[in-house]
Design a protein around this ligand. Sequence first.
Ligand code: HEM
Length: 550
Amino acid sequence: MRSLYTRVTVCVRTQGTCGSRSRLCGVAPQRAFCMTAAGTVAHGKLEGRKGAESTGVRKRGVDGRVRSFEEIPHTGRSGWINLVKFWREDRFRQLHKHMERTFNTLGPIYREHVGTHSSVNIMLPLDIAELFRAEGLHPRRMTLQPWATHRETRQHSKGVFLKNGEEWRADRLLLNKEVMMSAAVKRFLPLLDEVATDFCRMLRAKVEKEGRGEEGKRSLTMDPSPDLFRFALEASCHVIYGERIGLFSSSPSLESQKFIWAVERMLATTPPLLYLPPRLMLLVGAPLWTQHASAWDHIFSHAEARIQKGYQRMCSSQARGSEAAAGGQYTGVLGQLMEKGQLSLDLIKANVTELMAGGVDTTAVPLQFALFELGRNPEVQERVRQQVRTSWAQAGGDPQTALQGAPLLKGTLKEILRLYPVGTTVQRYPVKDIVLQNYHVPAGTMVQACLYPLGRSAEVFNDPLRFEPGRWGREDGQRGEGAGGFRSLAFGFGARQCVGRRIAENEMQLLLMHILLSFHLSVSSSEDLETTCTLILQPQTPPRITFSKL
Ligand code: HEM
């Protein structure tokens, strides 16, 4: 591990130039004279070392001193002017591209002040490692203030997403037992497999009915995203409540469809509200705030109804002394939490609602990207399918064994999340002063690891724009890990990483496995997908995929 933190670069820079220019221009052109071991910076662009699996550019002033926080290049001193620019240029929706451009211009670290928010942004694995080393026992992310204000004004308890400190840790340890630990994964994996199998059955029937070509060999070109959203909700609810909600039936409930829309609306209205004081928005009755709060209200009332139903089901089966209640059958995350009784009912509701809201778009969207990338890379698709077929045949119907024997499936999703990270940043407030790129960063500063520029950086990945699930395989992966790790961070890191990670990984891998066993995938154009950021990164227009029966 020690080598992770070794400084590798020396910087030769004209003293004082950057600092004084920055005051005039608002942007410090630090990169102009920097020579680094990892690459040369010319004309404000970081020219990556070709084929580098490198871990970080380091700078040290000629006098060897650590530079001050104020000397970190920045995008302008006034948060309000920046906010206006963000609105005017629609940067909220292109935040990922804005970050990539800014790193290209200012180098691997910069400060940004937008509205009420200030952050230091970094993108190289060495710096990210240093940040996480200083995250402390109770790691903190940027608070999504609009979400917190909603809970406070409606007097709802907060789940782990919005809590901090010892309170967060206590709840999180209890949740981990139900969703992260391997015993829990073993319990819920068959449930996810059942939903994935049903989804493919439904898709086969649809292709047979609506597709073209001779019977048994039909193809159908369509936008699979509405079905993928339904799949994601059905799968996560099956794990959370231990029962199916029937979204693949011929008349799926309108309430569930409304829940999916509410989550979308809640996500889309979050980014613009992040940079404004939510209490003020609430006070003036801003339409954006009203839309946001009513989307959350809908999410809460839907989750509440499901929780009530689950609770009643449990009570009645307990009264009947049924096998499920006696521990014979898996009763879902809700049932487990209730049976153990370590979390209050209020906190169970808060966390189950968060799991429900967090479990739809986060998996449905990467699945869209995955079908698209597999479709436009037929050779890769065939390689993954061959491995899946062999593994499935040897697993004797056990889905967990099948996944273990098909590492390319896992690699496929790592590639998707590298190129299209659901959350474009992971944030932390270091608990002690740290040094990043030889700049002093005081404890308590909000620092963001920017995943989109990281995933597409030639400094970090060979041929970064190529979709290559094999790059995460043992040989290549070990080389990468040895060179620093901290390159696959879509689920965050450490004790605060995504609590739904195991559900998400297994759910997505199982669905891809069944799809690859049943269909050949293709797309009509291999043009890149335009992407947009609505808190999560997604395609501007959902891709159309051709499913051809195998
Ligand atoms: C591909 C799918 C997903 C991705 C990429 C993802 C990503 C993330 C990230 C980056 C974080 C912050 C981690 C950190 O700060 O280190 C997070 C937290 C969280 N995620 Fe996910 N997520 C996914 C799916 C899910 C699912 C399916 C659920 C629920 C079933 C979920 C629920 C949560 C919750 C509740 C937290 C807060 C955890 C805490 O603060 O302790 N996520 N997720």
